[in-house]
Write a protein that binds this ligand. Structure first.
Ligand SMILES: Cc1ncc(COP(=O)(O)O)c(C=O)c1O
Length: 379
């Protein structure tokens, strides 16, 4: 087989934990040495792109082409990214990810991961999911013309299953959480499928990091002070943390300016928040995980230690929101803004109120609240 064409700026792939180098021309999973997630690195010094240069480009995440692993023409796209940044109060904006294909930010990661995997020769995909990732993978698999197998917890709301069926995916219902769905696929899933699980392949992060590029572009080059992000597996948070470092290296933002990241979790499943407040470097498996914010029901995130690094590195924090408060805040934000808020976005909105009270968010701070998906599938 001929060598696959990759971005001229792609410098290599390294492990987030042990820095072992991997060959980007091959289909990769986790680190071959220690089993931890892999990071995609670019030759940022060679990239001459300025933020102003992208203004005239297509309003999708592919406008940041130089910071992505693929050359133009090799992408599997449904027009993902460049979602609106909506002002909801003075100094507070909601980044509305419900406006992506399949209604969530998961489209960004799956667009990138499916594009790369297809380009590198994958012929079938599989993934466990809390719901949104399965829908996105099913859609991008259909777009790529390749079969998809997904596994979701049995109590996931029906619209998530219907969506996967619509796109022709094979669906497994599994008792338990996404962790059990993952275990099911590893034991009983198709052996010829490429595993698209969160942080078990390197490229979903690359799609999701574009949320941070968009924030800076949409704020006219400014860096927000605080970013509140609903955190389950952690790819959104990790991707944006990486992107701010990349933007600093590119000279798009000051070297020492970062938003303080807030990892927002549900009180019924908060391994990152617990570890952060205990001063631990790693998360521990959460027992009896329960929340209606299904995307946050991730009891043992593989990248928990990277989320913790991102929070410490940016002088951020983590917070766990009770179910009733999440529900109240979901309705509050939707009814006052017209935004299609999901429970995870409601949790982030509730977190803002609590962090204002605690003084972590100050009146003059420019704050971004992420609404990571549509609320319409939670019925
Ligand atoms: C709506 C929504 N928000 C947030 C998350 C958590 O995302 P991540 O796994 O990137 O932390 C998910 C994941 O399923 C989700 O579906």
């Amino acid at each position: 087989m001929s060598t696959p064409r990759l971005s001229q700026y792609l410098r290599g792939i390294h492990c987030f934990a042990c820095e072992t180098s991997h060959d980007p021309r091959t289909l990769l999973g986790v680190c071959q040495r220690c089993g931890m997630p892999l990071r995609v690195d670019y030759d940022l010094g060679a990239i001459r792109l300025k933020l102003a240069d992208v203004a005239a480009r297509t309003p999708t995440l592919w406008r940041y082409r130089e910071l992505l692993p693929l050359e133009e023409g090799d992408e599997v796209s449904l027009g993902e990214g460049f979602t609106p940044l909506l002002a909801v109060e003075e100094n507070v904006w909601v980044k509305d990810e419900s406006r992506n294909p399949t209604g969530s930010f998961k489209a960004r990661g799956m667009a990138m991961a499916v594009s790369m995997a297809k380009h590198l020769g994958a012929k079938k995909f599989s993934a466990p999911s809390a719901g949104n990732a399965a829908g996105a993978l099913a859609a991008y698999g259909a777009r790529a013309g390749l079969p998809v197998v997904v596994a979701m917890p049995d109590d996931t709301p029906k619209p998530f299953f219907d969506e996967c069926a619509l796109y022709g995916a094979t669906i497994h219902r599994v008792q338990g959480t996404i962790a059990d769905a993952g275990k099911f696929l590893r034991e009983h899933g198709p052996k010829d499928a490429y595993d698209m699980s969160t942080l078990r392949e390197p490229y979903r992060i690359e799609g999701k990091k574009t949320m941070a590029y968009e924030l800076v572009e949409q704020l006219g080059g400014a860096v927000p002070d605080v970013v509140l992000y609903p955190t389950g597996g952690g790819t959104g948070l990790i991707g944006m943390w990486k992107a701010f470092d990349e933007m600093a290296a590119l000279g798009w933002i000051p070297r020492d300016k970062r938003p303080r990241f807030v990892s927002v979790q549900a009180a019924g499943c908060a391994p990152v928040a617990k570890a952060f407040h205990e001063g631990a470097e790693r998360t521990e498996a959460w027992v009896n995980a329960q929340t209606r914010a299904y995307g946050l029901r991730v009891p043992s995130p593989l990248g928990g230690f990277i989320c913790l690094r991102a929070l410490h590195d940016t002088h951020g924090t983590a917070i766990a929101i009770e179910e009733a408060e999440m529900q109240r805040a979901t309705v509050d934000l939707a009814s006052r803004s017209g935004i299609d808020v999901c429970p995870e976005g409601g949790a982030a909105w509730a977190a803002l109120a609590q962090l204002r009270q605690s003084g972590f968010v100050r009146p003059a701070d420019r704050v971004i609240v992420f609404n990571t998906g549509t609320g319409l599938k939670y019925r």
